[in-house]
Design a protein around this ligand. Structure first.
Ligand SMILES: Cc1cc2nc3c(=O)[nH]c(=O)nc-3n(C[C@H](O)[C@H](O)[C@H](O)COP(=O)(O)OP(=O)(O)OC[C@H]3O[C@@H](n4cnc5c(N)ncnc54)[C@H](O)[C@@H]3O)c2cc1C
Length: 247
């Protein structure tokens, strides 16, 4: 029987390391699909001592460190956890069963991406979700923010060329309009239908609105928005026009 079974990735490895160092028997079961896996190219940031390292390499090293203190790390997906009296029974998808005194669940989050054509393919590359994780990489670039007034303000600290696409969000208050105007943040109304990619250079170059308008830019940021309804717009950072062609 194990002392503790940890289900999950980076957070779980941190716990396993700490437990291993106080000589607890630990088994980590991880399906190996960390949330930040798409960011392999841009690296994991804000991690002292490992700044910019590939998130998968970070996990590989973490597993080694856990093993160095006697912890075991196995690949697998936990399907069931049962409590049986004083202990737990952990069952994996392939019907391996482990008994443990404690179970620590650190299974992380799964991102629900908005339904914008082409967005999922760019996720973690030039479609980014966090100013603290990737702001430095897109500083001083033309940035589009999808549906979040708050994040438009955050990204404005990194670039003078920020445009907020309201997408499916609600209207801005008078105060928010004034704030954005004062900071020179452009606002585009209407739903974004698709991202436009330069296939030759493998990079994001703009968006196409459902209405037929297109806007060209270089970096893109997304966050689940909470706004709804159209707002009249001005566009500052992006070159926009009407086009039926593939521009
Ligand atoms: C694109 C992107 C980039 C990011 N960049 C950064 C960054 O630069 N810096 C930063 O601090 N944060 C970044 N983040 C946030 C980052 O994802 C988290 O900091 C980190 O991954 C959280 O670690 P975690 O262990 O909680 O979850 P995860 O890393 O998601 O790990 C959870 C693990 O649990 C496993 N799992 C889930 N269910 C089961 C199951 N039933 N059985 C077994 N295993 C299971 C998964 O396969 C996964 O390996 C980024 C996020 C995204 C989406």
């Amino acid at each position: 029987m194990e002392g503790v079974v940890v289900v999950g990735g980076a957070a779980g490895l941190s716990a396993a390391l700490t437990l291993g160092r106080v000589i607890r028997s630990v088994l980590v079961i991880d399906a190996g699909e960390p949330r930040n896996a798409p960011a392999v190219g841009v690296g994991a940031h804000g991690i002292p001592g490992r700044e910019g390292m590939s998130p998968l390499e970070l996990l590989r090293l973490g597993r080694q460190e856990v093993a160095a203190y006697g912890g075991r790390v196995v690949s697998g997906r936990v399907a069931q956890v049962h409590r049986a009296g004083e202990e737990f029974s952990v069952v994996t998808e392939d019907w391996q069963r482990v008994r443990a005194r404690r179970v620590l669940v650190t299974t992380g989050l799964v991102d629900e991406l908005p339904e914008v054509s082409g967005l999922a393919e760019r996720w973690g590359r030039d479609v980014l979700h966090c100013v603290y994780c990737h702001g430095w990489e897109v500083r001083d670039r033309v940035i589009g923010v999808l549906g979040s007034f708050h994040q438009a303000l955050l990204f404005r600290q990194l670039s003078k060329e920020v445009t907020l696409f309201l997408h499916e969000g609600a209207g801005l208050t008078e105060e928010q309009w004034e704030q954005l105007a004062g900071l020179g943040v452009g606002v585009v109304e209407g739903r974004v239908g698709a991202l436009v990619v330069d296939a030759d250079r493998d990079r994001l170059v703009g968006v196409r609105l459902v209405s037929g308008w297109w806007c060209r830019f270089r970096s893109w940021w997304w966050r689940r928005g909470s706004w709804r309804g159209p707002v009249s717009s001005t566009v500052w950072a992006f070159r926009c026009g009407r086009s039926d062609g593939d521009r």
